[in-house]
Design a protein around this ligand. Structure first.
Ligand SMILES: CC/C=C\C=C\CC(=O)SCCNC(=O)CCNC(=O)[C@H](O)C(C)(C)COP(=O)(O)OP(=O)(O)OC[C@H]1O[C@@H](n2cnc3c(N)ncnc32)[C@H](O)[C@@H]1OP(=O)(O)O
Length: 311
């Protein structure tokens, strides 16, 4: 029995360790054994090590309510730890990728809670955990150790842009458009778009234009300005193409891919020297991995079918 298993058995019943928002060590361990079920997400494995997560609230155009924000967070935390998962494709079921935050949920659930108290500081205290959870939900894509590919068809509105800009890569179909819609509903975007969009498209000016005007940014322009990597003719071709790409990446060394993601995410927000120091420390460990030997041998012997252990 491994040391960690012995420790877990010895310390039964395990005192809950609160990570955040009721996410405990027990749920963490339980989650690692089988894919959880979700109300508004549909999860499948179209290829070995490739997980496909679909926003699945088509009757409401995949509008993101409190439950869906929570499920996204829990799902990407699961994907991050699952040794069966090496890469995730995120798409939307039905007519839209997503119509953004669920406005009905906001007016019927969030706003009435705030209305119960008078004082601005007490009202603010009620908003705080919602904002935090919604931010954590979007950030869970970025924090997931595995690459996440967003496959967008039709509308990607408001919170949808927050979501896809936290992904590693974005692809879309010809009918897609992107709309930073928050200003139109009287708020400043607060769950990631303002922080990530300028960096993703590499143009502060264009990001500001999109955020201030709330104009629709069509697929062709999104490709031209680097928001997406490729535009497919149809949604079916998009999903097929993106799963093909995911499969290609899933066959590579998980140590190399996951360390590369960690370094890219870290380096985006740090100086070049800090990024170099970070990857230097990581690779002091990762260069000792069996993956380095196996991948290098594969290259030298021109063997395209190197099989890497689970991670
Ligand atoms: C802490 C804060 C964190 C995050 C904040 C994020 C901010 C945002 O996300 S801002 C963006 C908010 N979203 C919107 O403004 C879009 C609202 N929806 C629409 O404008 C339209 O629905 C449409 C997307 C243009 C599509 O129009 P249409 O094709 O005519 O379909 P509909 O009949 O309008 O919709 C079908 C069905 O879906 C429901 N629905 C659509 N969007 C939302 C939504 N955002 N919230 C809740 N429900 C939505 C719509 O009500 C219909 O439902 P029925 O039950 O059939 O009536």
């Amino acid at each position: 029995m491994s040391l960690i298993s012995r420790l877990l058995v010895k310390s039964k019943p395990l005192k809950p360790v609160i990570f955040s928002n009721n996410y405990t060590l027990q749920t963490h361990i339980a989650n690692m054994s089988s894919t959880p079920n979700y109300e508004f997400l549909s999860v499948s494995t179209p290829k070995e090590h490739v997980f496909h997560v679909e926003l699945n609230r088509p009757d409401k155009l995949n509008a993101i309510n409190y439950s869906l924000f929570s499920e996204l967070k829990s799902c990407f935390e699961f994907m991050s730890e699952s040794e069966d998962c090496r890469i995730v494709v995120l798409s939307g079921a039905g007519r839209f990728f997503t119509a953004g935050i669920d406005l009905q949920d906001v007016t019927q659930n969030m706003v009435p809670k705030v209305a119960q108290v008078e004082d601005v500081a007490r009202k603010a205290k009620i908003f705080r955990p919602f904002i935090r959870l919604y931010q954590d939900s979007m950030s869970s894509l970025e924090q997931c150790r595995k690459p996440v590919i967003a496959a967008v068809h039709s509308g990607c509105i408001g919170a949808g842009v927050d979501l896809i800009t936290a992904a590693d890569m974005r692809f879309c179909s010809k009918d897609a458009y992107f709309q930073v819609k928050e200003v139109d509903i009287g708020m400043a975007a607060d769950v990631g778009t303002l922080q990530r969009l300028p960096k993703v498209i590499g143009s502060d000016s264009l990001a500001r234009e999109l955020c201030y005007t709330c104009s629709k940014f069509p697929a062709a322009e999104a490709l031209d300005r680097g928001l997406v990597s490729k535009v497919y003719d149809t949604k079916d071709e998009l999903i097929q193409g993106v799963i093909g790409l995911a499969e290609e990446i899933s066959k590579k060394s998980p140590v190399a891919v996951q360390t590369t993601k960690a370094s890219l995410v870290y380096s985006r927000d740090h100086t070049v020297q800090e990024g170099l120091d970070h990857i230097g420390l990581l690779n002091q460990m990762m260069l000792q991995s069996e993956d380095l030997v196996n991948a290098t041998m594969g290259q030298l012997t021109k063997d395209p079918n190197v099989v890497f252990s689970k991670l």
